[in-house]
Design a binder for this molecule. Sequence first.
Ligand code: C2E
Ligand code: CA
Ligand code: CA
Ligand code: CA
Length: 277
Amino acid sequence: SKAQGKNKCCLFDDSMREEVMKRACMEGYLREALQQNELSVFFQPQFDIGTGALRGMEALLRWHSKQLGNVPPSQFIPLAEENRLIHQYGKWMLRHACQKNKEWQNKGLPRIPVSVNISPRELEQDCFVEQVITILQETGLEACYLELEITESLMINGDIKAIDKLEALKKIGVGIVQDDFGTGYSSLSYLNSLPIQILKIDKSFIANLQRKESDISLVKAIISLAHNLGLRVVAEGVENTEQVNILKECRCDFTQGFLYSPPVDARTAEEFLKNKE
Ligand code: C2E
Ligand code: CA
Ligand code: CA
Ligand code: CA
């Protein structure tokens, strides 16, 4: 039977084989994660660095597997991208994030955008724009309260169609965020060719901000470039107040990180909305 097959594949003890087998097991479990009700959406708040006001939240996918326990996205997202499960899970994620945001608005809580991470694989789909529009219609969320976070790898693949799709989404009011800025290998000029409004500086640049003078220069330059292009800037991975002070000096707009809150479940996220001003 299927269940026996799963048990068997977990018995290997040779370490390399074990890795391969663990992956195979994980893939099998991941396939069933949605039906098994094992996926959930967490939210991490973002704040205005000047006023401290809540400005938005990033939605992050969580998988609690009955067999494997909590599996981090860094492990299961690449796997989902390989076997195209990401299409199904991405759609689920988008719907749930929009639904929750609309639910908060219906309760009379402050209106903020929720941002959702989009894998390049998802953007490849011809129906992606329609899918987003359908989800907005079905949940009743206004487009301006949805942001999509994209990565540089999108542009490395030179997907022209992806740019058109992002343009179409921007036109209807969806916010486009450049995630993990500075970690890819694309040239700066592409910042101009993409319809983005927000740039997120990758947390690797924030991590050494207190210790590395050169990282301060880099972050300063990125922020000034972004501002000149009319973009606003989020610093992610902010963990201490020294970093905040440096980011303020660099004129960063928004912050997100463990200093303020780790990603939390929807109920806890709602408290941030209730405490907003
Ligand atoms: P990301 O989009 O860069 O998300 C930020 C990651 O940094 C999150 O990890 C978050 O928990 C973590 N983080 C937040 N604050 C801090 C901090 O102060 N310090 C440090 N060191 N880390 C912090 P997470 O949730 O494990 O997600 C990892 C990656 O998985 C995400 O990176 C994103 O690329 C991907 N991912 C997560 N959810 C989704 C999803 O729904 N769809 C897609 N396509 N990718 C997702
Ligand atoms: Ca992100
Ligand atoms: Ca990021
Ligand atoms: Ca990332």
